[in-house]
Design a protein around this ligand. Structure first.
Ligand code: NAD
Length: 370
């Protein structure tokens, strides 16, 4: 069998991240054949050719359907704005290609449902870009919880904040358009929901309040345009296992650059993690003298697999792009029929359902049962 042929659609922030991951996955892990970077699609042919040369692809096109029709492409990375995900993912799956699609699945829940049906009908792998669940320390948190280190978890609090929309004069772009979804709720909210689904299981009921810090923004052309999405979301959750949770999201939080601060509180202790310090896990347990209690910091190390695949020394740190390399390895595992640590379209639909229930809650001012 020849190695996996990769097609990449979109080469912005996430497209480059996927390209780096496909380039690095074989040398980092050393146990898979190097994927072939076959075809790259961008919004126009000129940009596609430039990006293809920069990122190491064999062919390029300004029409993503040409990439999907390419028999040398086995898997399609979809890293375009949200509005394109359903059409591109369904077309790829119908053409018998595996798919690795960025989050969220789709702005409309019905489209996410159609994506799941296409994945089922194709029998292909349909993975979502939930890179944070790949952090060796997030994986380790699951182990710490299972071992009962902090006892029975009763509550969780997550804050996910960035400041790329904090400036009132930040330019109106696709993330301000309703066609992209609700705003922070799906753009950000799906990440904490993905992590909590791994750590705490399914959500049973939800409530949300969404807010717009700025009601208009200036377009590239210098005109005022009404902002159609919500840059702020406050969420309450009840998990099926009884855990009570809160998630706060903001794309307009000055000073916050990539915060995903998770606090898990249990009967015996607390676990803290923040994506801005993604190589640290803080653990508090109530044992010992009260006068010497406090959080201890665990630094990521080779014992937190697959950190060991990157660096032999503890405490030297992984970065954001490394999470995507780990995710690429998991996607390849799924393609070769092994058990993989991914959120596929099927599992991802539960996250989409939660997002839409939250939007419903905001609209109707009530709790919504899932
Ligand atoms: P971006 O604007 O930086 O990049 C989008 C790219 O898609 C651009 O290069 C654009 O030219 C290209 N594109 C647009 N229409 C196209 C078309 N019809 N055909 C081919 N290419 C087209 O956006 P981004 O920040 O990379 O976001 C892309 C996706 O990645 C979004 O769904 C977003 O939610 C997701 N994302 C995920 C993470 C994560 O941590 N997993 C982080 C950021 C963004």
């Amino acid at each position: 069998m020849t190695s996996l042929g990769v097609g990449l659609i979109g080469t912005g922030y996430m497209g480059k991240c996927h390209a780096l991951a496909w380039n690095a996955v074989a040398p980092v892990f050393g146990d898979v054949e190097r994927p072939r970077l076959v075809h790259l699609a961008e919004a126009n042919a000129e940009h596609a050719a430039k990006q293809s040369a920069a990122l190491g692809f064999e062919k390029s096109t300004g029409d993503w359907r040409t990439l999907i029709a390419d028999p040398d492409v086995d898997i399609v990375s979809i890293t375009t704005p949200n509005v394109f995900h359903p059409e591109m993912a369904i077309a790829a799956l119908e053409a018998g290609k595996h798919v690795w699609c960025e989050k969220p699945m789709a702005p409309a829940f019905a489209d996410a449902g159609r994506m799941v049906e296409a994945a089922r009908a194709s029998g292909c792998v349909a993975a979502l870009g939930y890179n944070y669940i790949q952090n060796p320390l997030i994986r380790h948190m699951k182990k710490v919880l299972a071992e009962g280190t902090i006892g029975n978890v009763h509550s969780v609090r997550v804050e996910m904040d960035e400041d790329f929309m904090a400036d009132p004069s930040a330019v109106f772009f696709w993330k301000s358009e309703a066609s992209s979804g609700y705003g922070a709720l799906d753009d950000f909210g799906v990440h904490p929901l993905s992590i909590l689904s791994i750590l705490l299981g399914p959500v049973e009921q939800v409530m949300a309040d969404l807010a717009k810090p700025f009601h208009t923004r200036r377009t590239q052309e210098g005109k005022d345009r009404a902002v159609e999405t919500f840059d702020i979301a406050h969420i309450l959750l009840r998990f099926a296992g009884g855990v009570s949770g809160a998630i706060q999201l903001s794309r307009s939080a000055w000073g916050r650059k990539g915060r995903i601060a998770i606090q898990l509180f249990g009967s015996e202790g607390t676990l803290l993690y923040d994506q801005e310090r993604m190589n640290e896990l803080q653990i508090f347990t109530r044992q010992g003298k009260a006068s010497e209690q406090g959080f201890r910091t665990v630094l990521a190390a080779p014992s937190h697999h697959p950190y060991d695949k990157f660096i032999p020394a503890p405490g030297h740190g992984l970065g954001f792009n490394d999470l995507k390399i780990i995710e690429a390895r998991e996607v390849m595992r799924a393609v070769s029929g092994e058990g993989a640590h991914i959120i596929d379209f099927e599992k991802g639909l539960a996250i989409e359902r939660t997002v839409h229930a939250l939007a419903h809650s905001h609209r109707d001012g009530c709790w919504v049962k899932l």
